[in-house]
Design a protein around this ligand. Structure first.
Ligand code: GLP
Length: 247
């Protein structure tokens, strides 16, 4: 794991965008694995800025998102499809037909999970996967579990995750109880993983991810076994990590 320690959220966002831009320059038809949540918003702002200046081009890019709430349509303002459109896709020259978010409203959820795994496989896999991290070490919506999950699947969200995400909804009762998410194996098959973390609330999860035992109880800990993980995190999120491990 290569850990880039930066000062704050803005510096994290700039560095993460530079890493993604470097990928797009080297491979204009890259497959981007994208994440939602507050953490990558600044990264996407920087990418929009670079695209508007002609520094990066999304015309050949394909994307797959990690997850979606079950029960929300793509035009619901808290759906992850809506998030991606408003925070990135509407503002760059990506062809929306090349962007993929699992459907939260499929009648046949098993078929939707299988379809999504095929979408990823048909693209030839993900070149670089952006990840945020939940306070409990979840990645995508892979919550702490007794096993590491494989493909796209339906999850029951923990109360802690629903509480953490309630800030975006009118009330806790409006937060969906289930989600559809790429599995841990889907994530591990990406060529490069770019994990972002900001703020003290993530410090324990980052510590457990980097320094802890590899356990499905901390889903992100399996990233220790991936050959190409880049962590970009600010001082607060890295406060429990020894200085010798930071670049
Ligand atoms: C949600 C998403 C995750 C994200 C996490 C942290 O649970 N499914 O992909 O990493 O929230 O979100 P935030 O970046 O807002 O702290």
């Amino acid at each position: 794991m290569k850990i880039y320690a930066v000062k704050d959220y803005d510096a994290m966002s700039k560095k993460a965008a530079e890493i993604l831009a470097a990928k797009l320059i080297l491979k204009p038809n890259a497959v981007l694995g994208l994440a939602t949540g507050s953490t990558p918003v600044g990264t996407y702002k920087n990418l929009i800025d670079m695209n508007s200046k002609g520094l990066i081009d999304f015309s050949q890019v394909k994307s797959v998102n990690l997850d979606e709430y079950v029960g929300l349509t793509g035009d619901h303002d808290q759906s992850y499809r809506y998030f991606m459109n408003t925070n990135l896709f509407d503002h760059v020259n990506i062809d929306k037909a090349n962007t993929n978010v699992p459907s939260g409203i499929a009648a046949d959820t098993a078929a939707e999970c299988a379809r999504y795994d095929k979408v990823i496989a048909d693209m030839g896999g993900v070149d670089i996967q952006v990840l945020g991290i939940g306070n409990n070490g979840h990645i995508g919506f892979n919550e702490p579990d007794s096993v590491f999950t494989r493909g796209t699947h339906i999850v029951e969200l923990t109360q802690g995750t629903r509480d953490a995400n309630a800030r975006f909804f009118a009330s806790i009762d409006d937060v969906p109880t289930k989600a559809i998410t790429m599995g841990v194996a889907n994530i591990m098959f990406a060529d490069t993983i770019l994990l972002l973390a900001s703020g003290e609330a993530k410090a324990q999860a980052v510590y457990d991810t980097v320094m802890g035992s590899i356990t499905p109880n901390v889903p992100a800990s399996i990233l220790q076994l991936h050959k190409n993980v880049i962590i970009v995190a600010d001082e607060a999120a890295l406060k429990l990590i020894p200085a010798s491990m930071k670049n």
